[in-house]
Design a protein around this ligand. Structure first.
Ligand SMILES: C[S@@+](CC[C@H](N)C(=O)[O-])C[C@H]1O[C@@H](n2cnc3c(N)ncnc32)[C@H](O)[C@@H]1O
Length: 211
């Protein structure tokens, strides 16, 4: 008698279970993460990481951190940085930026980038939004005086919402001639930015500074 085919699925091992995480210490010492003494910038949601590599190549004395909620991309990009010999200058951690940012020391970052965030449009997904009212005080707290927040998106309504929220927040002020910028002045572009440019989409850029 032939037995019935085994239709039970074997669960796949989670190959990113060991994704890099921030240390438990509170507050975290950034000197334990990247080479001490250099200015440190943070990218929230680096995805495939292209901006980190381009920015590190453009500014050789800079260090960078990335908080990427997707374990897979945090692992792949962090491994790639190490393989490229950049592990002392940059790390990507599998973290929800909304939870991780308050854990960084105050006045420790020279710039925070948020490129093309929040690809969710349904009301019930609002809780996923990275740029939300609670993020801004944490951004201002983590920046050094004179430190900057750069946000860009190809969705005009989102740009208008971000601008209204940041304008209403006292801890950040538009840069001279800003907050809207025509160009990205940071000598590096994110993967989505490259794609938007190739597709001829308008990009809305905002730059604010901590007074
Ligand atoms: C639309 S993608 C843009 C990727 C990249 N910034 C770019 O411009 O090419 C948004 C990225 O943000 C990440 N992300 C979303 N919410 C996040 C959160 N709370 N903390 C950290 N990363 C987050 C997503 O996993 C994704 O990689």
């Amino acid at each position: 008698m032939s037995s019935a085919p085994n239709t039970k699925q074997t669960p796949k091992p989670n190959s990113y279970a060991h994704a890099p995480r921030l240390p438990e210490a509170d507050p975290i010492s950034l000197a334990d993460l990247v080479r001490p003494g250099a200015p440190i910038e943070l990218e929230i949601g680096p995805g495939r990481g292209g901006f980190l590599f381009e920015r590190l190549a453009a500014v050789p004395d800079l260090c960078m951190l990335g908080f990427e909620i997707r374990r897979k991309w945090a692992t792949i990009v962090d491994d790639k940085l190490k393989a490229a010999g950049l592990g002392e200058r940059a790390r990507v951690f599998s973290e929800d930026a909304r939870v991780a940012l308050p854990r960084l020391p105050a006045a420790s970052l020279s710039r925070i980038y948020i490129h093309f965030p929040d690809p969710w449009w349904k009301k019930r997904h609002e809780k996923r939004l990275v740029v939300n009212p609670t993020l801004l005080p944490n951004v201002a707290r983590a920046l050094v005086p004179g430190g900057e927040l750069f946000v860009q998106t190809d969705v005009e309504d989102r740009a208008a919402e971000y601008q209204a929220a940041i304008d209403a927040f006292e801890g950040l002020t538009p840069v001279a001639g800003g907050p809207r910028l025509e160009e990205n002045p940071f000598l590096a572009r994110s993967p989505r930015e490259h794609r938007a440019m190739k597709d001829g989409l308008p990009i809305h850029r905002l730059l604010y500074r901590k007074p």
